[in-house]
Design a protein around this ligand. Structure first.
Ligand code: MLT
Length: 398
């Protein structure tokens, strides 16, 4: 007789409270309830404030019209994504020569990490601390052992293989550049060290490139595949959210090169098999919109939006630089990672900024132990509100 009792996934016990941005959102709602007329300055979640490109909106309408016509209505699409979109994404990689078969369209970066975990049998993951909490939560829920590499002022917030604790043997390595939450960006030489490490230790890098389009300094790598041999050890995860305003539309992609083999087996082919069982692909309407975002008109609009967000980052950078504040980021990234004033920890600073001024930030502790005395500022708000907010923040450092 079968007697085993159904239990809940005990790994939920390992998660700290609610998801970071859900907790912040609850605190902001409580503040708004108590101060219904007070202005809010939004430097919190990395959510875009500008609309999608006109060419994207047009594609959405056109695709909706196709869906309403018996001659053009679309049913299930390819699990891996629209061929035309996969081709357009592959072309983004130019000289680094990726084929459309190496691109998989997803509904955004967040889910991709969970999907990719299903491809490997492993026990240890390595990630920076501070870290985008999704990598940590996904790993904890699957009962993986986590090894952290600390991002601190000493390593300019860019941990390297030399920071890995002795005897750690990670199988999966999370890297994010431009980094969320710190805004620090790896150089080619630094990524080369990670690729060398992964190849020599037979580990796979999951490279989060969600903020790649914020890199305007041509000497910095936008993709892990700019590093020779990265195709043998790295999967890249990207998103249309932050560059093309798709946070509400949901579209991203994963790159799994044909050269990535584990025990002579193709990881790419395994993902093809996995997707067929686990998804029916991304909405046709949204994929058409993503295709429009990659058109010359769409890309020009994306540049325009990123430019506006980066003007906010620049304003914050310049203002904070004129104070004693210690911070990083905001140069090729929409985030700044700011050490709280000497007498405050990051969480108290977050509370003070919210309750004294209506400024929403993100407490660094939510990103890891190394974030206890930090807050994250994001550049996705309006220009006026960002400038006003950073002036108020700067006063804590004078
Ligand atoms: C962020 O603000 O870091 C994220 O993009 C928000 C999220 O993933 O929930």
């Amino acid at each position: 007789m079968y007697t085993k009792k159904l239990k809940l996934n005990a790994n939920f016990e390992k998660l700290t409270g609610n998801y970071l941005f859900a907790t912040v959102s609850q605190k902001v709602k409580a503040y708004q309830t108590n101060h219904p007329h007070a202005p809010l300055y939004k430097l919190g979640i990395g959510d875009v404030s500008l609309p999608v490109a006109p060419v994207v909106a047009h594609a959405l309408r056109q695709a909706a019209t196709e869906m309403a016509d018996i001659k053009t209505v679309q049913g299930y699409g390819d699990y891996e994504g629209l061929p035309s979109l996969r081709t357009a994404i592959a072309q983004r990689y130019g000289d680094f020569r990726l084929s459309p078969q190496e691109i998989f369209v997803t509904d955004g970066a967040k889910n991709s990490f969970n999907h990719l975990f299903e491809l490997f049998d492993f026990d240890t993951v390595l990630m920076p601390d501070p870290v985008y909490p999704v990598y940590r939560d996904a790993s904890l829920l699957k009962n993986k052992k986590i090894v952290y590499v600390h991002a601190t002022p000493a390593n300019h917030f860019l941990p390297l293989p030399s920071d890995i604790p002795p005897h750690a043997t990670p199988h999966i390595i999370f890297l994010c550049s431009p980094n969320n939450p710190t805004g620090a960006v790896y150089t080619t030489a630094q990524l080369l060290l990670w690729v060398d490490y992964a190849l020599s230790h037979k580990a796979v890098i999951l490279f989060d490139g969600a903020y790649r389009d914020y890199i305007k300094d041509d000497s910095l790598p936008k993709s892990i595949y700019q590093i020779p041999d990265a195709k043998k050890c790295a999967i890249e995860i990207c998103s249309f959210s932050k560059s093309d305003g798709f946070t509400g539309l949901r579209c991203g992609y994963v790159v799994i090169p044909q050269d990535l083999l584990i025990a002579q087996k193709s990881v790419n082919q395994l993902f093809v098999r996995y997707l067929a069982t686990n998804t029916n692909g991304v909405s046709f309407v949204v994929q058409k919109a993503a295709l429009a975002a990659l058109s010359p008109e769409g890309q020009a609009y994306s540049d325009y939006c990123i430019n506006l967000y980066m003007q906010n980052a620049h304003a914050m950078h310049t203002t904070l630089q004129s104070t004693q504040a210690i911070f990083v980021g905001g140069k090729n990234a929409p985030y700044l990672w700011l050490q709280s004033p000497a007498h405050l920890d990051g969480s108290s600073f977050f509370e003070q900024l919210l309750h004294n001024h209506g400024i929403i930030t993100t407490p660094g502790a939510g990103f890891g132990t190394q974030g206890q005395s930090y807050i994250r500022l994001s550049a996705f708000g309006s220009a006026t509100s960002t400038q006003q907010a950073v002036q108020m923040i700067a006063q804590y450092y004078t």
